[in-house]
Design a binder for this molecule. Sequence first.
Ligand SMILES: [Zn+2]
Length: 82
Amino acid sequence: MPYRYRCRPCHAESAAEHPTRDGAEYDQAAHRDQVHGGLAPAGGDSVDRVHSHARGDRLLPRYSLAAGLVLLALVLANCWGR
Ligand SMILES: [Zn+2]
């Protein structure tokens, strides 16, 4: 599951998702150094897991399920006539 760094006071987040937590923590350290003088931002920042529903990956399974139901209906309709 990928990770992403977010800084709440800046409304900023990693440009890319990282496959490991280490990558997002690297973004966190870089952002803190560049924007907050190496300190933790007062409003909080975090390294979060990016869930599949937040990325919009849910579209594929939804369409796959619909396609599967249509295929099942076609097979059943074809078998019913025999
Ligand atoms: Zn920030």
